[in-house]
Ligand binder design. Structure first.
Ligand code: HEM
Length: 413
């Protein structure tokens, strides 16, 4: 029997995201019948789920009317109380608005531009991509691509830009997995409040030490840029500095790993797409956009209405919370023809909303694209065959996730 989710389960139950077909079937129904849908689920404050592409754009492009605030991710009421304490400690770009947000974002915006990334990072990213394709070769033609490859490569890129030494990388992997995979029993620390706080404290201690080091011995890495920059003539506050490292370390890791795993899974399922890409490497940039649309690893962010507003005919009251469902918007039939088909030649793949839009548009979007493109540039010319070696599994999380197990069989030159 096909699973069917209620709209409440769809957006608030982490497990619903593990059944991609059933999730998308219900989201498609909502786009047709109730595109700005009131969700009143047990244990959660009510919110509006915004499921259409055009409506997401309309909301995100009005940041003064719909700011992020500290509560930018969906939590149960009890979790939210608990996170307020932690959230206040870890102030990040995501939870800032207005002038403060603009000033903090400006600290690194140049560093993340394509020309600067190409210059500072491309050689290292190419080296790491080659290392992980070599690792696939060492694994002898069979591996779990998500666990054995996709988890590590973006992590090493992030650690390189932050200047975290290789000896500390596994500890960082463990911490980010615990924070971002917190809803998934395989990864997170789940409901254990003390364990969650311990993870946050561990992050704070680690990055506080790094800030002190970078202030004493400035270099050219991103960590030095952050530690030594000033706003209105004053150095960044300690909590904001640490929050910056944490957002880069966490936002830059699972998101890109998930897209890599989901992108490769899509190619393994559809050999014709793989062959098209191998025949014409010029398609790669577009294929990367399509992978990012297809996977949409960040499933939502929240916005908070500051005034009464009418969205697609629905009355939103001042103070209401809106969930931007990127995962639904990226399958919107009004924008994408045949949205449930993975198509590396899709003409408008770049209209995907996986990075959001407006003032909070993903700061690392160009880096993510560079990592994905470079990996496939290294892999595709060496790949003689690729197929799935067993069932794939998805992360149970309402916030960030994608395939967490992608068993594959392959031959590499
Ligand atoms: C495929 C990979 C990625 C996806 C899908 C993704 C997605 C997102 C989304 C949806 C947002 C919020 C946008 C909004 O509210 O409109 C965001 C913000 C952000 N992302 Fe990414 N991200 C990815 C990779 C990265 C990487 C590699 C980094 C850094 C190394 C990064 C750093 C950030 C930061 C710092 C923000 C906060 C920006 C702000 O609030 O001004 N992300 N990302």
């Amino acid at each position: 029997m096909t699973t069917r989710f209620s709209p409440e389960d769809l957006f608030t139950n982490p497990k619903s995201y593990t059944d991609a077909d059933a999730w998308h079937a219900e989201a498609a129904r909502l786009r047709r019948e109730d595109p700005v849908c009131r969700i009143d689920a047990k244990g959660f404050d009510p919110f509006w789920a915004v499921t259409r592409h055009a409506d997401l754009l309309e909301v995100e492009r009005q940041p003064a009317l719909f700011p992020n605030t500290l509560d930018s991710v969906l939590l149960r009421k009890d979790q939210r109380e608990q996170s307020r304490a932690g959230g206040a400690m870890l102030k990040t770009l995501i939870s800032m608005d207005g002038d403060e947000h603009r000033a903090y974002r400006n600290v690194t915006v140049e560093w993340f531009k394509p020309a600067s990334l190409r210059k500072v990072l491309q050689p290292r990213v190419t080296q790491l991509a080659r290392k992980y394709v070599d690792r696939m070769a060492e694994l002898g033609g069979e591996c779990d691509f998500a666990l054995d490859v996709a988890r590590y490569y973006p992590l090493q890129v992030i650690m390189s830009i932050l200047g975290v030494p290789e000896s500390d990388e596994l500890r960082m992997l463990d911490l980010t997995q615990k924070l971002f995979g917190a809803e998934d029993p395989d990864f997170g620390v789940g409901e254990d409040r003390a364990a969650r706080m311990a993870v946050v404290m561990d992050f704070i201690q680690y990055f506080a030490k790094m800030t002190a080091e970078r202030r004493a011995n400035p270099g050219t890495d991103l960590a030095s840029t952050i530690a030594n920059s000033s706003i209105d003539g004053k150095p960044l506050g300690d909590l904001e500095t640490i929050g910056y490292y944490v957002i880069v370390a966490t936002a830059g890791h699972d998101t890109t790993s998930s897209t890599l795993a989901g992108g490769l899974e899509a190619l393994a399922r559809d050999p014709e797409q793989l062959r098209a890409l191998q025949r014409d490497p010029a398609l790669l940039d577009n294929a990367v956009e399509e992978m990012i649309r297809w996977v949409t690893p960040v499933r939502h962010f929240l916005r908070h209405a500051q005034e009464d507003y009418t969205l697609r005919g629905t009355h939103i009251a001042k103070g209401d919370v809106l969930m931007m469902s990127y995962l639904s918007a990226n399958r919107d039939e009004e924008v994408f023809a045949d949205p449930f088909r993975f198509d590396v030649t899709r003409a408008d793949a770049a209209n995907q909303l996986s990075f959001g839009t407006g003032v909070h548009f993903c700061l690392g979007a160009n880096l993510a694209r560079m990592e994905l493109r470079t990996f496939f540039e290294q892999l595709l010319p060496r790949l003689e065959s690729l197929e799935l070696g067993g069932p794939t599994e998805y992360t149970a999380a309402t916030f960030v996730g994608a395939p967490k197990r992608v068993p594959i069989r392959y031959r590499l030159r």
